[in-house]
Design a protein around this ligand. Structure first.
Ligand code: MTE
Length: 361
């Protein structure tokens, strides 16, 4: 067990960052649409708890429900189930690029672009469980808490990982998931039950959920006050609002500093996604942004997932090159050339300069 993560973290698939592990993009080159469970990134504040489903119960309580009640694993499995294809992405995905690409390094898990994955999740709509607890029209916020150990950082105990969700989102498309890509949730991804909050920053998708408070007034936790908000000179004094939907991003299924053969026809593959809606266009530049050409989109495009694409690079010359990919989504959202700085390094959505070396084969 490395850094509190239960599953194996082979070097060919992951870069380990302390208690978290990011998927290498080249590990997706031979994967299908979904990221297999054994290659899916892990973001843990502490360590994966090993929970016995037989003894586990989900407590639902607070002024926003009629009664304090709880549900066992078997009861959750018997409720009407739905399947959702959705990405989970850390708000800090791309953080290292604030330093490497823009010259303003920020502390935090130094994700490159592998703090994201798309899976097929199966479970019960959260609204179904809230209704069974007697959801009140007065309900305002829903606060799920994880059963992992309290998060302690620099001597401050922030308590269990927990983050309020507005009732409108909670009752819209949020899932209490118990299956990931057709298997019971693996321990690192929230067994026995986690939230999946489609299109929103990954921290909303609380793993190992054991308690849900439903309030009749706004709720606060460090994860919607101190963390997961934008702070810095380009943001409102006192910080921006709690982060919700993700921006637009693109990545090549290539190693960083990939070595590619010269004078061949190369098919470059990648994936693009957006928290605002489906990606409708992807363009690639192989000359550092001087010219752009359309990539060919292929395969499924669920609203909260990603789209795969390919681009043919003809006869590259030997030497160092920079590959760029930029996407646009159905709401008109695009990827800028530069991302304004924020203290925690969240939401790096700028076009990424991906270095490759082309060598004589
Ligand atoms: N839930 C709990 N209980 N503890 C955590 O540390 N990390 C959050 C979220 N849910 C976390 C959690 C963050 S920041 C992210 S990005 C996602 O889980 C990552 O989900 P994954 O590890 O299944 O990829």
């Amino acid at each position: 067990m490395v850094g509190g993560i239960v599953k194996a973290l082979p070097d060919g698939w992951f870069v380990v960052h302390g208690a978290s592990a990011e998927t290498r993009w080249e590990a997706l080159a031979d994967a299908g649409y979904f990221v297999p469970n054994d290659r899916f990134f892990v973001r843990n504040h502490t360590a994966t708890p090993v929970i016995d489903a037989a003894g586990w119960r989900l407590r639902v309580h607070g002024a926003g429900v009629r009664e304090d009640c709880s549900f066992g694993y078997g009861e959750i499995l018997e409720m009407p189930a739905v399947t959702v294809d959705a990405a989970i992405e850390c708000a800090g995905n791309g953080r290292v690029l604030f330093g490497e690409q823009q010259g303003t390094p920020v502390p935090g898990v130094p994700w490159r672009l592998g703090g994201v994955g798309v899976a097929r999740w199966r479970g019960v709509p959260l609204v179904e469980v809230l209704r069974r607890a007697g959801l009140s029209p007065e309900a305002v916020d829903v606060l799920p808490s994880g059963l992992d150990a309290p998060y302690v950082c620099e001597g401050i105990d922030y308590g269990r990982v927990r983050r309020p969700l507005p009732i409108a989102k909670a009752c819209d498309d949020v899932l209490l998931a118990y299956e990931m890509n057709g298997e019971p949730l693996p321990p690192d991804h929230g067994f026995p039950v986690r939230l999946v909050v489609p299109s929103w920053v990954g921290v909303a998708s609380i793993k190992w959920v054991g308690d849900i408070e439903v309030s009749a007034e706004p709720l606060f936790s460090p994860w919607n006050t101190r963390f997961y908000r934008m702070f810095g000179p380009d943001h409102p004094p006192g910080g921006g609002p709690p982060l919700t939907a993700q921006g637009v991003k693109s990545a090549f299924e290539l190693p960083w500093d990939a070595v590619l053969p010269a004078h061949r026809t190369l098919v470059l593959r990648g994936r693009s996604w957006s928290g605002a809606g489906r990606v409708v266009r992807v363009e690639v530049s192989t000359d550092g942004g001087a010219s752009w050409e359309r990539a060919r989109l292929r395969g499924p495009r669920p609203a909260a997932g990603w789209v795969r694409w390919r681009y043919t690079w003809r006869s590259p010359r030997p030497g160092a090159h920079t590959l760029l990919a930029r996407a646009a989504d159905e709401t008109g959202g695009t990827q800028p050339g530069y991302m304004p700085f924020n203290v925690h390094g969240y939401m790096f959505g700028a076009v990424v300069s991906h270095p490759v070396r082309v060598v004589r084969a």
